[in-house]
Ligand binder design. Structure first.
Ligand SMILES: Nc1ncnc2c1ncn2[C@@H]1O[C@H](COP(=O)(O)OP(=O)(O)O)[C@@H](O)[C@H]1O
Ligand SMILES: [Mg+2]
Length: 257
């Protein structure tokens, strides 16, 4: 089953017992697009991303990634994708450099390129000098950076990044955003999740607003604005309106009482 899209979900549902994490989702993402799944905690973003990699099996529906049916050949998908999980579960008793070496070898990156790319990324993300330390001595942000580098090393066609930027300091966040824009120019597709509105608004071509397992609205910033009938507003207003959580003042007042 081939597909003209980088990613195509058809009527995808994921249930965990009585919890419906993803509810009958249809979604297509174009090649070279930077796409954000934006939604509050528990809206089904991570579950969706894991299904794209075959790490979680859908209860119903079909998923095609880079022309491959994920359920039929998850290994072929993983080979061409760079994935950053929400909480990187990386080998804590390796040093940063050992881990990156190991990942590059798994993906068959040629040795000369491997050294060069690792060195450049460590420098860009300001991990130079710490690469010889064990990963269990790193901060969460540093672990996220190692996880990001490991996703870029084999030059994947598709990046699947689960909350890639919020843990980073502003400089590193900017570098990662610029890098994703550069890769887009080379035809790389990125799908990322975030609950940070500014990241979606500044970086992404299209945004899908997720709430309780469904995509409530999907489009460019301008399309979302007109959909929410809020012409001059930012994503925060649109988001609060679409998710029906606009009247937050009452909640805050209740908390302060
Ligand atoms: N392994 C799991 N077992 C049971 N429930 C899960 C599991 N993973 C996620 N869920 C539930 O599915 C829903 C969506 O979770 P998740 O995809 O992690 O959302 P998000 O990434 O948007 O915060 C939540 O209600 C969560 O509790
Ligand atoms: Mg998540």
């Amino acid at each position: 089953m081939s597909s003209p899209y980088a990613v195509e979900l058809k009527e995808v549902t994921k249930r965990y017992n009585e919890i419906v994490a993803v509810n009958n989702m249809n979604l297509t993402i174009n090649t070279g697009e930077i796409f954000a799944l934006l939604g509050p905690n528990g809206s089904g973003k991570s579950t969706t991303l894991k299904m794209l990699l075959g790490l979680v099996q859908p209860t119903a529906g079909s998923i095609n990634v880079l022309g491959i049916d994920v359920q039929k050949d998850p290994v072929a998908v993983k080979r061409q994708v760079g994935y950053v999980p929400e909480s990187p579960n990386i080998y804590e008793f390796l040093t940063g450099i050992e881990y990156l070496d190991f990942i590059a070898d798994i993906y068959g990156v040629p040795p000369a390129e491997k050294q060069q790319r690792i060195t450049e990324y460590l420098k860009a993300l300001q991990l130079e000098g710490r690469e010889g330390d064990m990963i269990n001595s790193y901060s969460d942000g540093m672990k996220k950076k190692i996880s990001l580098i490991s996703a870029f090393l084999h030059k994947p066609k598709l990046l699947i990044l689960d909350e890639p930027i919020n843990a980073l300091d502003p400089r590193s966040a900017k570098i990662v955003k610029d890098l994703l824009q550069e890769l887009k120019m080379q035809g790389v597709t990125t799908i990322l999740s975030t609950h940070v509105l500014e990241i979606a608004e500044a970086l992404c071509d299209r945004i899908g607003i997720m709430y309780q397992g469904s995509i409530l609205a999907l489009g460019t910033m301008n399309e979302l604005r007109s959909r929410a009938s809020l012409p001059n507003s930012g994503l925060e207003d649109i988001f609060l309106k679409l998710t029906g959580t606009g009247d937050l003042r009452a909640v805050v007042e209740e908390l302060l009482r």
